[in-house]
Structure formats: structure tokens, C-alpha cells
Design a protein around this ligand. Structure first.
Ligand SMILES: Cc1cc2nc3c(=O)[nH]c(=O)nc-3n(C[C@H](O)[C@H](O)[C@H](O)COP(=O)(O)OP(=O)(O)OC[C@H]3O[C@@H](n4cnc5c(N)ncnc54)[C@H](O)[C@@H]3O)c2cc1C
Length: 475
């Protein structure tokens, strides 16, 4: 054993399955103390006036922490929950509890990496060792066929080369038990449920996925989507859906906080292919996980550029910064039903389909010409699956400042609505004030004669907003 006692600092790896940081700490230490730091900076208010982490995101995070605590208790340990800046409080905690090392998982983006470096510096100055592990991606960074600095700027090139030249490591085993120094560590029961107001959330309507944070519900979703409901074999055909629970995997919130690892999903896909069916759909889910990897490695390659208005393309800044127009987009009051329905879903549930995200993002940047970083910040606040790399990477693409070889990713909203919500059911679900309009007409109430609108008690500009843009351009 290298260490008598170590601290495992949990970050976006809130799980006990396939957690290399935890298993390595256990292998190298006689005793292990698991810790999570609630960092008040995560709840700060952005320059745009909304919280960096909105309520639904916070709820999902706190549930995930509580679930991890339970899993660790089942392994005879506990989770110590501290509040403060990890780079400041972890070293003194480690010192006070006589531990010799801090184990943690590596992140890629500036704020998180800065915290790691500051923590390392402080720990080393006190003679405390640090050990960090890469574990957020499907392909391990050390197994890439190229150094990150040489990462191809085009996704397809990256995908083809990893598929050909790399392989995916086996998942780590779940620890059988944890030797936790119970006598010396007091697991103070922080009532995070009360402290952070978890009980306040209204219940969600049917047809909407209810996401509970934590590894257990993530694994339950995996079991249900793959095995119980047998939906993986049709994923490729259904994945562009908008309404309901099962058109796509909905794994993203659990992936974002590391309640489930991409590797666990990959090996479960392999088992499904062996035991049930192997087809384009089973491949496609892995294909999407490679996109997730790609954005993570791109962020590592390009550093802070991914958050900057010029993006990695160094494009000039000609964006509008109109707070009132932006506010209408945020609230789902643009007067474009397809956009509004998606934004209202986001605000109510903390989730939006991939199809929805592409459309609302394109509308903001291409039709309203509003600063793409504003949109990314709003998503950061609201999405329960907020993942710094996937979010800012995708927004850069839509904003045209990323590394997309296809120029101008413009979405014709009406054409999109026709393809993906032909009967208007999605819009009808989220915009009750238009629900009495039948069929596709709900997407363009402006086109209906005034007497019909009147008969349905709809008054544009009063009961539902007038469109912010000329919708004729899409017809
Ligand atoms: C503007 C914009 C912002 C986005 N922000 C985020 C974000 O903050 N967090 C996030 O996880 N995804 C983000 N995405 C990607 C994608 O929309 C979601 O991952 C997906 O909708 C989640 O639903 P799912 O788990 O059912 O996906 P599925 O279709 O079932 O895909 C399986 C998994 O593959 C990964 N994946 C799928 N599509 C993408 C993609 N385009 N980029 C990266 N990974 C992908 C996700 O981890 C997802 O859980 C964003 C997309 C856009 C266009």
C-alpha cells in the first residue's frame, strides 16, 4: 500500500461503478475518505442575470450526491459533504484527517483545470500527494491515435481514426467494500435537501421524462431502455423525436454528472448486440457517444477559445445584444410556436430533445442574430444534462464559429416542424393557448383568418405573441 489514508474527491464522477479514481484509491490506500465539495461559485449569477446553475440542474445534482452517499454507505463508507472552494478546503480537510493523498478525476475546461492546479499546488506544499485520472470519455485520452494537439478539426476524421486505431477499455469493477475510518471522520449529516430547497418543485405532466439524479436511476434507465423496453434496436429511427419518454436514450443528464460512465453504456451495448440484436441503431448510440468524446477533446485542444465569441474559427463579432429579444427567446415567447414549445419544455423540465436544441439555437443565432454565447449561457443554467464541452461545442457549431466543415447550419423552422411535428402534437402539448388549432396549422397561427382565431379565443399579440420574425421566409 502506498498510502495509509487517502481522500477521494468526487467531481463529475458521481458513481461507484466503473470509477477508476475510486478503485485506484482503494488499491493504493489502507483507508479511504470519499468527499464532495459543494462549491458556492456554481450557484453564482451570470452577467446576464440568471444563475449559472438553475433550480432543476441543482435538484438533479443534489439528488445525485445523495444517491452517491447511499451507495457509499452500502459499501460501509460514507460521503463527506463539504461546502466551499475545493482548492481551499480540501487540503486542510486532508491534513486534519491524517490522510496522505487526494485522488480525483481530471476535467478539461479552464475553470475546473485551474481549481485542480491550485489544489495540487496547495496539497504539495503541505506534503500531500495528488493522483488524478482521466475518465470522462469513452476512449481514454492515452489511447487516442494522435496527441490531443493534433486532433482532427473534422469529426468524421476523428471518428474514423479512433474506430480503426483505438479500442475501448474494460470497465472497472464495483468495489466490494471500502475501508472507511469511521472513528476519525464524522460524517456530518448536511441536510442538503432542506438547505437547497429540493422540495419546492412542482410535479411534471405526463409524457415528460422525470429525471431523478444519481447512479441508481441512471442504471435503471439503462436497464429499461435497453432490456425491459427493448428500444435500443430502433434508436436510429426514433432519435429525432420530440415528445415522450423513449424516442432517445435520455442518458445525457446521468452522463453529464458521471452517474453513469460512457464505457458502462458501451459494454452494455456490446452485450445487447450479442444477446438481442446488432444493427445500425446499436452502432448509432455509440456513434453519438463518440460525438460526446469529440467535443471533450476539442475543448482540451482549444482551451478557452470555445467560450469566446470568436470561437475556434476566430470569426469577427457582429452579433446583436438585445436583452429584450433575448428574454423573449428564453421565456418561449417568440411567437414562433416550434421554438416556443421547445423553450418552454426546457424551462419546465430542464431537458430538450436534440432536434429542439438545434432549432432553437439556430433561431437565436441565425434569425435573431443574437450573441451565441448568450444562448450557451442560458442552456448552461437550465439544462440538467449541462456538460461544459457538449454544450459550448455544439453552440459553437450552430454559431458558425466552430470547426464544422458544413458552412451555415441554418434551420428552416417551418420545414423542421413539418418533418418532425407534422400534426403539431408537440406544440399543442407545450403551448396550451394554441391547443385548439388543429393539425399543422398550429405552427403558423399567423396564417389563419382572423375570424377562425377569434372563434378559438386566440388573439395574436395578446393571448399568444406575434412572431418576432417574418415567418413567410420559411414557407
Ligand atoms: C445547442 C446544443 C447544446 C447542447 N448541449 C448539450 C449539453 O449541455 N449536454 C449534453 O449532454 N448534450 C448537449 N447537446 C447534445 C444533444 O442534444 C444531447 O446530448 C442529447 O439531446 C441528449 O439526449 P439523449 O441522452 O436522449 O441523447 P441520445 O440521442 O440518446 O444520445 C446518446 C448520448 O450521446 C451523446 N450525444 C448525442 N448527441 C450529441 C451531440 N450532438 N453532442 C455531444 N454528445 C451527444 C449524449 O451523451 C447522449 O446522452 C447539445 C446540442 C445542441 C444542438
Amino acid at each position: 500500500m502506498k498510502y495509509g489514508r487517502s481522500v477521494v474527491w468526487f467531481r463529475n464522477d458521481l458513481r461507484v461503478r466503473d470509477n477508476e479514481t475510486l478503485t485506484r484509491a482503494l488499491a493504493q490506500s489502507k483507508e479511504v475518505i470519499p468527499v464532495f465539495c459543494i462549491d458556492p461559485r456554481s450557484f453564482a449569477t451570470t452577467n446576464l442575470g440568471f444563475p449559472k446553475m438553475g433550480e432543476l440542474r441543482k435538484k438533479f445534482l443534489l439528488e445525485s450526491i445523495l444517491n452517491l452517499k447511499e451507495s457509499l454507505q452500502n459499501l460501509n463508507a460514507d460521503l463527506i459533504i463539504l461546502t466551499g472552494h475545493p482548492e481551499e478546503i480540501l487540503t486542510s480537510f486532508t491534513e486534519q484527517h491524517g490522510a496522505q493523498a487526494i485522488f480525483f478525476s481530471e476535467e478539461v475546461t479552464a475553470e475546473e483545470v485551474k481549481i485542480e492546479h491550485q489544489l495540487e499546488k496547495k496539497a504539495w506544499s503541505k506534503g500531500i500527494a495528488t493522483e488524478s485520472f482521466w475518465q470522462s470519455t469513452l476512449y481514454h485520452i492515452d489511447d487516442l491515435p494522435m496527441p490531443v494537439s493534433q486532433l482532427p478539426e473534422v469529426f468524421t476524421q476523428f471518428r474514423k481514426s479512433v474506430e480503426k486505431l483505438s479500442s475501448i477499455r474494460r470497465a472497472e469493477d464495483i468495489p466490494k467494500t471500502i475501508n472507511f475510518p469511521r472513528k476519525d471522520v464524522k460524517a456530518t449529516e448536511v441536510d442538503i435537501q432542506k438547505e437547497y430547497g429540493l422540495e419546492k418543485f412542482p410535479s411534471l405532466p405526463n409524457k415528460v421524462m422525470k429525471f431523478d439524479g444519481g447512479e441508481c436511476s441512471g442504471m435503471e434507465r439503462l436497464g429499461s431502455y435497453f432490456w425491459k423496453q427493448d428500444l435500443l434496436k430502433i434508436y436510429k429511427e426514433t432519435r429525432n423525436g420530440l415528445l415522450g419518454l423513449d424516442y432517445s436514450s435520455k442518458f445525457s443528464p446521468w452522463l453529464a454528472l458521471g452517474c453513469i460512465s460512457p464505457r458502462s453504456i458501451f459494454w452494455e451495448v456490446k452485450r445487447y448486440e450479442k444477446e438481442r440484436k446488432k444493427n445500425q441503431s446499436t452502432y448509432w448510440l455509440v456513434f453519438e457517444l463518440i460525438w460526446r468524446d469529440y467535443f471533450r477533446f476539442i475543448c482540451k485542444k482549444h482551451g478557452n477559445k470555445v467560450f469566446q465569441i470568436e470561437g475556434i474559427k476566430n470569426q469577427g463579432d457582429s452579433w446583436r445584444r438585445d436583452s429584450a429579444d433575448f428574454q423573449r427567446w428564453c421565456e418561449g415567447k417568440t411567437g414562433v410556436p416550434f421554438v416556443d414549445a421547445n423553450m418552454r419544455e426546457l424551462n419546465t423540465t430542464g431537458f430538450m430533445s436534440n432536434r429542439g436544441r438545434q432549432n432553437v439555437a439556430s433561431f437565436l443565432v441565425n434569425d435573431l442574430n443574437i450573441d451565441w454565447t448568450w444562448g450557451a449561457s442560458y442552456f448552461e443554467s437550465k439544462l440538467i444534462d449541462y456538460d461544459v464541452c457538449s454544450n459550448w461545442g455544439n453552440w459553437m457549431y450552430v454559431g458558425g464559429v466552430g470547426n464544422d466543415p458544413r458552412e451555415n447550419r441554418y434551420f428552416n423552422i417551418i420545414r423542421q416542424a413539418r418533418n418532425y411535428d407534422r400534426n403539431g402534437d408537440f406544440v399543442r402539448f407545450w403551448i396550451p393557448e394554441l391547443a385548439s388549432i388543429e393539425g399543422f396549422d398550429i405552427h403558423q397561427p399567423q396564417e389563419l383568418p382572423a375570424n377562425i382565431l377569434r372563434s378559438k379565443r386566440i388573439e395574436l399579440g395578446k393571448t399568444y405573441p406575434e412572431a418576432m420574425v417574418e415567418m413567410e421566409k420559411w414557407m
